[in-house]
Design a protein around this ligand. Structure first.
Ligand code: PMP
Length: 477
């Protein structure tokens, strides 16, 4: 393969991650008065089946023909992505980190600057009104995409900011000794904000353990739930293991215990129809850049009754109704949580990305990428010395978990960073490291793993070429 990019210099060949989070469970109990006015009781939203399409679970009879047809389509789709068009030999397999952007998304952002650039919510003049209308139309588009009201959509910088906002605001309403349940497979974005909160307020964190297969231990989860549990915050799709968690069921149990459910949908948004009412999420966060949209924009959904009770996160312009010298009155949600000038052009381009995604069907992409993942998984199993993290397909059909198109693995005797640098010289872009999930890496005793994460434009040929390159790496490294 042609080498599309020069391999980064100075790639560490054997770096380990160091240290770990401070021991938060022993943080001092700060006696702060508990504020009331927020109910942790179950949402009134109907709790039904998991929203994960059954198609994500590959079905054997039609798998091959379906994969071939979808791969032909993926070849055509590549043409919509300027970076991929310019680098036809690049096998970009780091979609869990960020996806490439289609032409329409780039054009939408440029068009905003060329045709409607003004600040929002301030101007009476028509250009300012046009900018506000585009920004609010983007909010309505996002709301329709996840099945909620526009007032429940807060624009953030990304999933990380969404969880920081939530931990900060919801945290103000928690008392020392209140409990939050996370899981051992969370991205740092859904761990560290809660650890900071635990340090600040003496809130206690509990973690759902993982089975050796890379599934959440649901029996252990049930035992962790208690009358002290205020929130359960878990990922819908693991960015390392590819595990798709039965979040609706997790939410039902949380609600029965009187707790709220927050969902990390960063990896889920590009691969499945996210219907918040069906999922039963009280809060849900995702990032634009992982779903073919721009950087610098994300979404935090919050149930309206809850958003009304949560205090603001950042202070400044736009988030207030009135400011006096002795205090302020916040604006209504979602504006209460959007201090300062928001990411306007990014919101507009995110709406275009969502339209693009909706036109193709995120479920279809999810189904296709899961099939690519399965092909890679099966190929990897035939390579001696490969250890795959995450669930084995042979056991998945007996469980409520599924597997997405994310496959992390190690190759005995070769550091993942060396492997990534080697693959780069062959035209493959794959992430090596801990993937912002130190506790997960530690749980499986892996310092660094290589991760292939698929997007809508990846092809069968790329999977097969990767398998060949890995065989070659065993000989050459
Ligand atoms: N959660 C998950 C599951 C992720 O994969 C990521 C990004 N890798 C994040 C949260 C954080 O997203 P962002 O960096 O866009 O805030």
């Amino acid at each position: 393969m042609k080498q599309p990019f020069v391999a980064p210099k100075g790639t560490p060949l054997s770096s380990d991650f160091q240290g770990g989070p401070a021991p938060i469970l022993s943080s001092p109990s700060i006696a702060l008065p508990q504020k009331d006015g927020i109910s942790f009781a179950a949402s009134s939203v109907p709790q039904t089946e998991n929203t994960i399409p059954s198609s994500v679970s590959p079905s054997p009879p039609s798998e091959d023909s379906s994969l071939t047809a979808l791969s032909q389509e993926a070849h055509r789709l590549r043409q919509e992505f300027p970076l991929l068009r310019a680098n036809p030999q690049l096998a970009y397999l780091d979609n869990a980190a960020t996806t490439q952007k289609p032409q329409v998304v780039l054009e939408a952002e440029t068009a905003f600057y060329s045709e409607a650039c003004a600040n929002v919510h301030r101007a009476i003049y028509s250009l300012g009104e046009a900018a506000t209308e585009q920004y609010e139309a983007a909010r309505r588009r996002v709301a329709a995409f996840i099945g909620v009201r526009p007032e429940e959509v807060i624009f953030t910088r990304g999933t990380t900011e969404g969880f920081n906002l939530l931990a900060h605001s919801l945290g103000e309403l928690l008392a020392p000794g209140d409990e939050i349940i996370l899981s051992e497979m969370e991205h740092h974005a859904n761990i560290v904000p809660w650890q900071l909160l635990a340090q600040r307020r003496g809130v206690v964190l509990r973690f759902i353990p993982l089975t050796d297969e890379g599934l959440l231990d649901l029996a252990a989860y049930e035992k962790l739930l208690s009358p002290r549990t205020r929130l359960v915050s878990v990922t819908l799709v693991s960015n390392v293991l590819g595990t798709i968690n039965p979040v609706s069921r997790i939410g039902e149990l949380a609600h029965e215990a009187g707790a709220l459910l927050a969902v990390d949908a960063a990896q889920a948004a590009p691969i499945m129809k996210l219907d918040v009412p069906t999922l039963g999420a009280d809060f849900l966060a995702f990032s634009g850049h992982k779903m073919y949209g721009p950087f610098g924009i994300g979404v935090l959904y919050g149930r309206q009754e809850l958003l009304e009770k949560l205090p603001p996160f950042l202070g400044g312009g736009d988030m207030i109704r009135e400011v006096r010298l002795d205090g302020f009155t916040p604006a209504e949600p979602p504006y209460k949580f959007e201090a300062g000038t928001p990411p306007i052009s990014q919101a507009v381009a995110l709406a275009t990305a969502i339209e693009w995604l909706d036109r193709h069907g995120p479920d279809r992409f999810g189904h296709y990428e899961a099939l690519l993942g399965k092909r890679l998984y099966e190929g990897l199993r035939t390579i001696p010395g490969v250890r795959i993290l995450g669930p084995d397909y042979s056991t998945l059909h007996r469980s409520s978990f599924k597997r997405a198109g994310i496959v992390s693995f190690t190759l005995e005797g070769i550091h993942a960073h060396d492997l990534s640098a080697y693959l780069d010289t062959k035209g493959f872009a794959l992430r090596a490291g801990h993937h912002c999930a130190h506790p997960l890496a530690r749980r499986f005793g892996v310092v660094s793993s290589l991760r292939a994460s698929f997007g809508a434009y990846n092809t069968i040929e790329e999977v097969d070429a990767l398998l060949e390159a890995l065989e070659a790496a065993r000989e050459e490294l």
